[in-house]
Design a protein around this ligand. Sequence first.
Ligand SMILES: NC(=O)c1ccc[n+]([C@@H]2O[C@H](COP(=O)([O-])OP(=O)(O)OC[C@H]3O[C@@H](n4cnc5c(N)ncnc54)[C@H](O)[C@@H]3O)[C@@H](O)[C@H]2O)c1
Length: 321
Amino acid sequence: MNKRASEVANGRHVAVVGAGLVGAGWAIVFARAGLEVRIFDSNEKIAAGVMSFIQMQLVEMEQYDLIDDPSSVLKRLSVSPSLAHAVQGAIYIQESVLERVEIKRDVMSQLQSVVARDVVIGSSTSGIGASRFTDGMPIAPQVLVVHPVNPPHLVPVVELVPSPATSEAALNFAKEIIASVGQSVVLVNKEVEGFVLNRLQGVLLREAWSLVQDGVASCEDIDKTVRDGLGWRWAFMGPFETIDLNAPGGVADYAIRLGPLYQSIAASRTHESPWQDDLIRQVETQRRQKLKVKDLAVRRDWRDKILMAFARDRRKWLEAE
Ligand SMILES: NC(=O)c1ccc[n+]([C@@H]2O[C@H](COP(=O)([O-])OP(=O)(O)OC[C@H]3O[C@@H](n4cnc5c(N)ncnc54)[C@H](O)[C@@H]3O)[C@@H](O)[C@H]2O)c1
């Protein structure tokens, strides 16, 4: 049983540094779990707009039964005028600034001069190991990657990736606070590029690009294969549990029956990376016939509404299990 977020925070607040798409989502995650959140963004326009963006999200979440009272969640959130104000006295800091090593390193060095030595700092980075922006810095033991999926308030998984310098205490605290706010914690033992989630996604995308390149199927039919096939089970169980249930004798039996097929497919994929310009143009043409660039934002809203309905219903199914 996870501890409650308020017990973990022990009267202190959480700071969110960087209030773009991901930072705003994190702010909702912490505040809906009952924590006080201070937000800081160095871009004044973003800082000025983030509360109304969050308010709109909260109102929609209420419509999908994902929160009871948007105004009480909103009351726990505030925008700070400076980094120092946001982080002073915080128990945990979630860094969500731009995905550039030098920017993250600069933020870490600013944090180093203002935060206490017991504060844990999680970085939302999608693929940069924490050692690349904390190497040689006294703050390194307090920092690790805490990588969400976008938007964090609708998709629960979070990868925790310690650097070789991250202290065990910082890792344990990050596990505790992220689990206490209702997210699903995955521990990545080593700093590998892309962590686990993007490595898995990368393998699937590599094959998807290659299938288009080889003229095996259209983009639409490949999307359909995942949307109407593979993805159905993957929404509530992973690939190992899937194959464990797909052979009468479980996973070892599955490996005997289908292992040779997968090995043969892997051996046939020897050519270079399919992320080539002409192939990207081909896929872009197919996608733009389905959806114009000007309609992407509307489709993203549609996606987020489906995610909200899905989050509501999934919770009911899993609770009933
Ligand atoms: N977008 C995604 O799908 C996704 C998913 C998971 C993780 N991430 C990671 O989350 C992080 C943020 O991504 P995003 O998509 O929210 O980007 P974004 O561009 O929407 O937001 C980044 C914000 O950081 C602010 N910022 C830049 N420098 C700053 C500084 N020194 N101090 C304070 N604020 C600063 C910017 O003004 C901007 O508002 C990145 O590391 C990204 O890789 C993104």
